[in-house]
Design a protein around this ligand. Sequence first.
Ligand SMILES: [Ca+2]
Ligand SMILES: [Ca+2]
Length: 289
Amino acid sequence: MWTEAQQYCRQFYDDLAAFESQDDIDELDRPSFIGGYAWIGLWDDPEAWNGTMGNGSNSWRWSGAESTSTTGYHYMHIERVDNWEAYEHCMATDDVGRWLDVFCWDTFDFLCYTAQGDQKTYTLIEEKKKWEDAQSYCRINYTDLAMIENEQENKKVLSLITGHKVWIGLYREAWMWSDGSSKSFWKWRTQQPDNANFSQSCVAEYPDHDWDDRPCQSEIPFICQGAPKVKQRTVVKLTIQTLANLSDPETHAQLLKQMEAHLQDKISLTDLKLMLHVVHMFKKASVDP
Ligand SMILES: [Ca+2]
Ligand SMILES: [Ca+2]
C-alpha cells in the first residue's frame, strides 16, 4: 500500500521520493531488477477534497480568498465529487444547487458575488463561459466568482440559481508530494493520469520514469529518498568501587536506576538503555621490596 510505503520511507529514510526536475529523475538509481511500477511520493489524497473542505495543498480553494475554506461549509453532492478522468478540478452546481466537480474547460452560466463588509450579494450571469473566463469576468465586474461560506449564504444562492447549472468560485490544485515539494514538474505517461474506476489517487513510476496514477492499495515496490537513518549509540564507561554484591539482582537494579538518574541530568538522550557489565577486579597484593 502507498501509505505503508510512505511510513516505511519516513521511518528508515527521509520520505517517499519526490521529483522536481528532470535532473532529479536522472539522479535516480533504480535497480534494474525492479521491472514494474514503483511508488513515488506523489498522491491526491481524497480525504482532502472528496466531500470535504480540507486544508491540504490539494483541497478546494475559494477564488475570492485564494485559500482553503475557513468555515468548512459545503453543499457537495458527495457521490458526484469523483474527479472523473483525474481532471475535474473546478466546482459547479447541478440544477438544484448541489456542488459537483467538473472539467474547468466545460462552459456554464456563473454566479458572481460582491463583498460589502461581512455581507455578500450574488449575481447570476446567464452567459456560458469556462471557469477561468467566468472568474475573470466576475473579478472585473464584481468581487469574484461566488464564495459561499455558510447555510445562510447558500440559501441566497439557491433562490437565485434553481434551474441553472452555474460555476461557483471553488477550484483545486490536484496532487501533492509527500515531502511537501512544489508541484512544478510533471512526467505523466500518455493518457495518464486517468483516475480509472474513480480509484486511482497514488502515483507509481515505470522503469522509463513515466508516471501513472494507480490504486493506493497495490502492494508494489517503492522508491524512498534520503540517506538511511542510522541509530546512534553512545557508550559510556564508568568505574565504580563498591563493596556491594553486584551479582545480587536487587542491588544490580538499584545501581542501574541511580546511574540512569545521574546520566539523564548530564546528557539528553531520547532512548536511554543501560546495561551493566560487572567486571571484578582483583588488585594484586603489593609486595614490599
Ligand atoms: Ca464529477
Ligand atoms: Ca492511471
